[in-house]
Write a protein that binds this ligand. Sequence first.
Ligand code: ZN
Length: 383
Amino acid sequence: MCALPGGTLATRPLHFIWICDASGSMSLDGKIQSLNNAIHKTLPQMRLVADENPNATVLIRTLRFSSGATWVQNAPVPLENFQWTDLSADEVPQTAAFSAEFKKRLDREGAKSGDVQFSLMWNNYNDLDLHAICPCGTEICYSKKKCSVCQGELDVDMNVNPTSEEPVENIYWPPGGSPMGHYQVFVNHFNNHGRSGCTDPTSFKVAVSIGGIVQEFTGNINEKNKKLIYEFDLDETMATVGGGNTDMGTALEMVAQQLKTPPMSDRALPPVLVLLSDGQPTDDFEKGLRALMAQPWAKKAVRIAIAIGQDADEDVLQKFIAHPEFKPLKASNPESLLTYIKWASTAVLKAASSPSGQVVGASGNVPIAPPPTVKTYSTGDVW
Ligand SMILES: [Zn+2]
């Protein structure tokens, strides 16, 4: 349908924009595949909803952001012709993993891992100890196994008694919980139990893992000695496993460009903007948000945010929504992600395109029904 001179029905464009995080961390635990699957699955239902409102022409576009942002389609595509192009996340930077021997011993002891993790191994019955000073200033070691502030923890401690010739020790911070600041890691030779073959100095290896990048150090140590092995300052760019950029601010600036009039027409319906992210912005989010919200069409838009997994930055997603009654939707597994994507592409689309939705409420926004509550699924929270 189109607006012909003297024609009876002129349709009004409704722009629906997917704004998708494709940073390295989206490649982990099947997140990006789940996103692709969910949109493929809901596309037919989205078309049915659009067909119910012939006065609206739904136009779709996808913006992918990681390092910078790019439009997947050169121009908005009418829903009837729209095909979802599978997004691929950035490659997680090649990491030097723990060497096989470290991995074998850590697995054997059920050691936990995190964005920051230190491990120690040696090959005799002596009691060597791993110590770490966290950014809070706590010395985490056998006598104080956990920092109550940052939750850094010595979870494997061996050879207090001479029990193993293949010992390992481990200190980790919960994933996503490593505090910024200065870290130090030490080896202390606490006791030579006097077993045969336990002549000092004892040689050892220390593995330092920061954001999935592992460095190994070798050394040797005499009884009652303590050595500083490594120290570093953790900053935001090193802290997240997967690393890479999440240029959400850039993405919002690019959406702002498209919501100007022109290319938007005065006759458009309020757009629908759906922002999906599993991390925190690494660029100037506030600047991007200001540019976006300077556009009247962005203010009128229905803005939905889906937080994928626990590392998503709910504060920035809430700022994007900029509505006190609506919260970011938390997707912690593929089923809940599908539920929210379906809701955004059907119920929200329906509200934005239906004649009643065109009566803009006092808040200046299209009234939309509350999102579905996600019940607890048998699969549990995987993200
Ligand atoms: Zn601490």
